[in-house]
Write a protein that binds this ligand. Structure first.
Ligand code: KG4
Ligand code: ZN
Length: 336
């Protein structure tokens, strides 16, 4: 036909997702089956439980994605699948299904890097967006400041040396008694708090570094809570959430603007689950616009894990000739 239909599968963590895309940027369907409820009682994702749930759900999710797109199995031109980074057992479910389908249909198989997928969510959100731009990728497992020179070409300018941003949100949320996942709950709670009420450290590391470190901030919050409890003092969780969030955002925004300055970038793009954070979106936009830099971010559904972003990345990989064979394997610690 005149266009390519891509089926994409994402099972790297606790979302089973499948999407059908037309020519990379047009999403015909994007079905996301979240396991959050299942993992809530454990306070985090349990890898073995996640793998089993993916096995149970994946066929149904794919069928629903095809149905919603009005596309039959045989019409699919290529299959994209997340092969890392992520939980090995979870990844293997998507990779196995994708390989079986690519073999059965005799069509190209494309392995996609999950972090790259997060960046590509922005190409779906804004059909006009083109590299180069600076991208801040902040999710539950990763934090990167990357200069996207071209499709598939990245210069990593900074990354976390310890906790990912989303991980810090989730751990602080747990410590103040919120549920899992904590990021969205902190986001909401912080709106009712005073960020100046408590001072938490901003960690900039050595002069000139664009790397991040959030474990010290996390410990500072835990210490604060411990001390308040020991002294029998009141803990105003709204203020803790607001002060913690502000400390994170200040560092993220300052380092991102410094990265943009170094590259002479006129566009900054946000990606990953934490890109859904309302204060981060607002603050980065406001500060960047003051110096004439545009800020873009995906709509909330495209920030967190989904198949559509994987399909978009698969399409551009395919155009570059990056296809996989049936030896494709899960790579839990795959780098960007
Ligand atoms: O990208 P994602 O869905 O999964 C990974 O690839 O890790 O990101 C999930 C992370 C979780 O840590 C979650 O708490 C965080 O994104 N998150 C948020 C918000 N929404 C999701 N963090 C802060 N504010 C939010 N609104
Ligand atoms: Zn993700």
């Amino acid at each position: 036909g005149e266009y390519l239909l891509t089926l994409a599968i994402e099972t790297s963590c606790d979302e089973t997702s499948a999407a059908v895309l037309k020519n990379g940027r047009e999403v015909l369907s994007n079905v996301i089956s979240s396991q959050t409820e299942l993992h809530k009682k454990f306070g985090g994702v349990v890898p073995e439980v996640a793998s089993r749930k993916h096995v149970e759900n994946v066929d149904m999710v794919i069928q629903e994605a095809l149905d919603l797109a009005g596309v039959s199995f045989k019409e699919i031109d290529q299959i994209g699948v997340t092969y890392g980074p992520g939980l090995v057992g979870a990844l293997l479910v998507g990779v196995s299904v994708a390989k079986a389908m690519a073999y059965a249909l005799n069509i190209p198989l494309i392995g996609v890097n999950h972090i790259e997928g997060h960046i590509y969510a922005n190409f779906i959100e804004d059909p006009q967006l083109q590299p180069p731009f600076l991208c801040l990728i902040v999710s539950g497992g990763h934090s990167h400041l990357a200069y996207v020179k071209d499709y598939g070409e990245y210069e990593i300018m900074g990354k976390t040396r310890d906790d990912a941003v989303g991980e810090a949100f989730d751990k602080v949320a747990r410590a103040i008694g919120l549920g899992y996942p904590g990021g969205p709950l902190i986001d909401q709670l912080a709106k009712k708090g005073n960020p100046e009420a408590i001072y938490f450290p901003r960690v900039y590391l050595e002069n000139g570094s664009l790397d991040f470190s959030f474990s010290g901030l996390k410990s500072a919050v835990l210490n604060y809570l411990h001390t308040q409890r020991q002294k029998g003092k009141e803990i105003i969780v709204e203020n803790v959430a607001a002060a913690f969030q502000q400390a994170v955002i200040e560092v993220l925004v300052n380092k991102t603007l410094e990265g943009a300055r170094r590259k002479g970038a006129d566009k900054i793009v946000l990606a990953g689950g934490v890109a859904a954070n309302s204060a981060l979106r607002q603050t980065l936009k406001m500060e960047a616009e003051k110096i004439g830099i545009k800020v873009k971010y995906p709509s909330l559904d495209l920030c967190t894990d989904n198949g559509a972003m994987i399909g978009c990345a698969a399409y551009y990989n395919y155009l570059k000739g990056y296809t996989a064979d049936l030896y494709l394997n899960a790579v839990p610690n795959l780098k960007l």
